[in-house]
Ligand binder design. Structure first.
Ligand code: SF4
Length: 293
């Protein structure tokens, strides 16, 4: 099997077998995202996926976890996804769960019944970038959905039995929009009540000035490490969740926190953030050179 690069997966899927059922991202318009700019969205012919599955099931017959790539396989028609999931179940007898990225725009196109049908076939976790709960910012970065729509599609998936792994991007609102971004994001996450929650931190590499002046414009200023901690605190202090695994271990974040659960560990998480803000010791932070997407 050959992958069509670039290929992305969440850190928690490091040990999963990956099949590309779609290429690229059907939306591909978010201003902060360059992941799939080199690809045109495509649902791969079922026969091509079938060939990959036969090959890999011969090599790794005991596979338990599978991740479907690229950016939003949920854009594929439901009957196509059913065929893929049935094939995976047939060829991998130890299969426990299948996961995939999903975008709000393609979940809008799936009914509750369709999502239930996919869940019955071992689709289990959807990774969805909320990015921000602030409507002005969602519009500005061209996410293609409002905060209300994001809550709605995530709740629909959860009602179908799927587990939602959601993330927001620290720094997306810049310095001026930091507080509103944090507070509105917490409100939206509370409305979803996901099973998993993570943060990423905006990274624009050497194009900082271009991003500030040309892409975002209007006096946008990227936040620094200290401001990202403050933003994380504003976000976490407002979270009221029923039962959620929380982490900031993604390589883009300055302060890696892992293995936490909400609501139980909220005070501990806030304590870690406060300590990092107070001590500002380099040992606590991921060095700039080690940050990545
Ligand atoms: S929906 Fe996701 S993958 Fe697609 S452009 Fe936006 S952030 Fe990137």
């Amino acid at each position: 099997m050959e992958y069509d690069l670039p290929l992305f997966r969440p850190p928690s899927e490091a040990r999963s077998l990956i099949f590309q059922v779609t290429l690229g991202c059907s939306w591909n318009r978010c201003l902060f995202c360059t992941s799939y700019k080199t690809k045109n969205f495509l649902v791969r012919p079922f026969e091509d996926v079938e060939k990959d599955v036969y090959e890999m099931s011969g090599l790794y017959p005991k596979t338990k976890r599978i991740f479907l790539a690229d950016g939003d396989p949920m854009e594929a028609p439901t009957d196509y996804l059913v065929k893929v999931l049935d094939l995976l179940d047939l060829r991998f007898p130890c299969l426990e769960r299948v996961s995939a990225y999903a975008g709000p725009t393609n979940l809008m196109g799936k009914t509750l019944e369709e999502l239930k049908t996919l869940k019955e076939r071992k689709l289990d976790i959807l990774y969805l970038g909320i990015e921000t709960g602030n409507d002005d910012l969602l519009r500005k970065v061209r996410k293609g959905a409002t905060a209300e729509q994001i809550v709605e599609v995530c709740r629909k998936a959860i009602r179908a039995g799927l587990r939602m792994s959601t993330f927001i991007i620290l720094g997306l609102g810049g310095v001026e929009g930091s507080r509103a971004h944090a507070k509105d994001s917490a409100r939206v996450v509370n409305g979803i009540d996901p099973q998993f929650l993570a943060t990423l931190t905006l990274m624009v590499g050497p194009h900082g000035r271009l991003y500030e002046e040309k892409i975002m414009g209007g006096g946008f200023k990227l936040i620094d490490r200290k401001q990202s901690l403050q933003e994380l605190r504003w976000f976490v202090e407002d979270l009221e969740l029923g039962g959620c695994k929380f982490g900031t271990e993604h390589a883009s974040n300055y302060l890696p926190i892992s293995g936490m659960s909400l609501p139980g560990d909220k005070d501990e998480i806030l304590g870690l953030i406060d300590k990092a803000m107070r001590d500002n010791s380099p040992d606590l932070f991921r060095p700039e050179w080690a940050r990545g997407l």
